[in-house]
Write a new protein. Structure first.
Length: 64
């Protein structure tokens, strides 16, 4: 499924996005978990601002 990010009025930059198997996890640069908003299944959603510093995103590795 392809996704599109819709900018709201006054927005013009997308800093970070995730595309991969879920669930996605977030962490600070120090490795502290960051709570992420629930996924939005709309094709052209505008997203949700994350209020905590976010250093990385990643998904779970499937079992071998």
């Amino acid at each position: 499924m392809a996704g599109v990010h819709r900018f709201l009025k006054g927005e013009d930059t997308l800093v970070l996005a995730w595309a991969g198997p879920g669930p996605v996890r977030g962490a600070t640069d120090a490795g502290v978990p960051v709570d992420l908003p629930a996924p939005d299944g709309r094709r052209d959603g505008s997203g949700v601002r994350i209020r905590q510093p976010l250093g990385s995103l990643g998904g779970l590795v499937p079992p071998a």
